[in-house]
Write a protein that binds this ligand. Structure first.
Ligand code: ZN
Length: 157
């Protein structure tokens, strides 16, 4: 796995465009009082899967944004592998979602803010497929702010 900084990424402009779409998904989660994390999967410039966190509504701890998006994308293309696709997700994937990403063989993962408690990278970089490139820090502040304010509001209730 290659781990490169946002500044080094040649696709910086389009990465921001698609991250804004992932942020729209995160907002949908927020509107349903779910932890506001959103994801989209892009293939050849087209969004082929979207998802947002639905763990409360579905009573399902596996209903993370990325899992919803993987399923939607696989349904769209009629196959389980997401080669030549990019996952955009507002927060660093957890171990479960990194594991699912491995099985999809996805080409790129672009995430916004790090998750220093549950992020996969805490456990090392071997969770992802060797062909997967990771880019972090795209619209990091916007992505982090949604989650931070969500939990601040929860504590104040
Ligand atoms: Zn996850």
């Amino acid at each position: 796995m290659k781990y490169i900084n946002f500044e080094d990424a040649s696709d910086a402009v389009s990465d921001e465009i698609y991250m804004k779409e992932a942020l729209k998904e995160a907002q949908k989660a927020l509107d349903q009082d779910e932890v506001p994390i959103g994801a989209v999967i892009v293939c050849n410039g087209k969004i082929i899967g979207r998802g947002h966190n639905l763990t409360e509504r579905l009573n399902d701890v596996t209903a993370h944004a990325e899992m919803q998006a993987f399923t939607a994308a696989a349904n769209y293309i009629g196959g389980k592998y997401l080669q030549d696709c990019t996952l955009y997700v507002t927060i660093e994937p957890c171990v479960m979602c990194a594991g699912a990403a491995y099985w999809t063989q996805i080409t790129r993962i672009v995430f916004g803010a790090n998750d220093r408690k549950r992020g996969f990278s805490i456990h090392g970089n071997d969770l992802l497929h060797p062909k997967t490139t990771v880019i972090s820090g795209v619209l990091e502040n916007e992505c982090a702010a949604l989650v931070t304010s969500f939990f601040r509001n929860k504590r104040n209730k």
